[in-house]
Design a protein around this ligand. Structure first.
Ligand SMILES: Nc1ncnc2c1ncn2[C@@H]1O[C@H](COP(=O)(O)OP(=O)(O)OP(=O)(O)O)[C@@H](O)[C@H]1O
Ligand SMILES: [Mg+2]
Length: 352
């Protein structure tokens, strides 16, 4: 984590389903300071399930973010998510990193549901000498090449240079490391609930143990409100955000929101159950929730009751200083949306 390093900074560029976010951080011996921040909303249907349907609109939004936020840097870190990303913790015979990079393709084949030729592979060795000492735990990351290609192309069209391609969930844990001191022995589930994708990343003692992207998020709430109350997309978005719409009873909205949270909580529970079944640890001690959906009124307490776990609303700017040009109220308002962009901005050119 190079906060003291002289490595060149990158712009954390999060191309989300409902908006593009860009964050620039300045690292010093005192920690991080926010330099630039920009958010530009995307119209619906421009990005669907992580697939870019209208590249031109996204490119324009990226350029607008850079212009409005006066970002001069051209090097960016982006992240991919959704169904083209597979992250798995696997156990392999113990070998050194060089050996593993030579055999990873072969080792990975059985764990990846895609043609191995179609993915870019990466790995991180977590622990060597586990089991009877002859094995090691490895995090395997596979991302479809065409997805990476799409993102790099998009960034290039916007006149920028992709230096780092990450996955959402790792950017999320990078952000968490920057903002929250680690408490040893704790199992934390980081959940970023955006509009199209929910990233779940369970960390045990700061190490990745389970990673999953689920195609659920804010769009489910908007769709349900739109259908059940027979309102427009704009009205449904407003109702979801707690705004009033004439002729609509707020308690009807709450009922719909709660039933969607219930569906989503079942998916989260499924991941927690899988975690419990595949590791020695018993419970998830707490959830740290970010993403636009964390702003839904009462989602924390309702989710807490469904999952029987503590839910904390994460603040991606918690440990980041900001100069006077930023309005604290604005930062507080947009903070939940910025977790991935902050995590990406904390990377440096040369980071893997
Ligand atoms: N105050 C609010 N109340 C409820 N929902 C909100 C609020 N503000 C934003 N949202 C919702 O949060 C979602 C956007 O969150 P976010 O920016 O984290 O998603 P994204 O990064 O664009 O999408 P994804 O990560 O899924 O690709 C939208 O569905 C939006 O309607
Ligand atoms: Mg997002």
């Amino acid at each position: 984590m190079g906060i003291f390093s002289k490595a060149r900074p990158v712009v954390g560029l999060d191309i989300g389903t409902s908006s593009v976010k860009a964050v620039v951080l300045k690292g010093s011996s005192k920690g991080y300071q926010l330099q630039n921040l920009g958010i530009e909303t995307l119209p619906p249907e421009v990005i669907v399930d992580g697939a870019i349907m209208d590249a031109e609109v996204v490119v324009e939004a990226i350029q607008t973010v850079f212009n409005k936020a006066k970002i001069k840097l051209r090097d960016v870190a982006v992240a991919v998510s959704g169904t083209s990303v597979i992250v798995k913790k696997i156990t392999l015979p113990d070998m050194d990193p060089k050996e593993l990079s030579e055999s990873i393709q072969w080792e990975a084949e059985q764990y990846i549901p895609f043609d191995i030729e179609d993915v870019n592979l990466d790995f991180q060795i977590l622990n060597r000498g586990v089991g009877d000492g002859s094995e090691m735990d490895v995090i395997l990351v596979a991302v479809k090449k065409d997805k990476i290609h799409d993102y790099i192309g998009l960034v290039a069209q916007a006149g920028l240079d992709t230096k780092i391609v990450d996955v959402d969930g790792f950017a999320l844990s990078n952000q968490f490391e920057v903002n929250y001191p680690s408490e040893s022995g704790e199992t934390v589930a980081l959940i970023d609930m955006g509009s199209g994708v929910m990233n779940i990343n369970i960390l045990q003692d700061g190490q990745h143990v389970l990673y999953r992207d689920i195609s659920l998020g804010g769009n489910q709430f908007t769709d349900a409100i739109q259908k059940e109350l027979n309102v427009s997309y704009e009205q449904a978005e407003a109702l979801k955000k707690g705004e009033e719409v004439e002729g609509i009873n707020p308690s009807d909205v709450t009922d719909i929101i709660n039933s969607v949270i219930e569906d989503i909580s079942m998916e989260i529970q499924r991941s927690f159950d899988y975690y419990r079944a595949t590791t020695s640890s018993e419970t998830v001690d707490k959830v740290v929730l970010t993403g636009g959906c964390s702003k839904i009124a009462g989602i924390d307490s309702f989710l807490a009751s469904k999952l029987s776990t503590k839910i904390e609303l994460g603040n991606p700017f918690r440990n980041i200083a900001f100069p006077k040009k930023f309005d604290p109220a604005y930062l507080q308002d947009v903070a939940p949306l910025c977790a991935i962009a902050v995590g990406l901005a904390a990377r440096k050119v040369g980071d893997k």
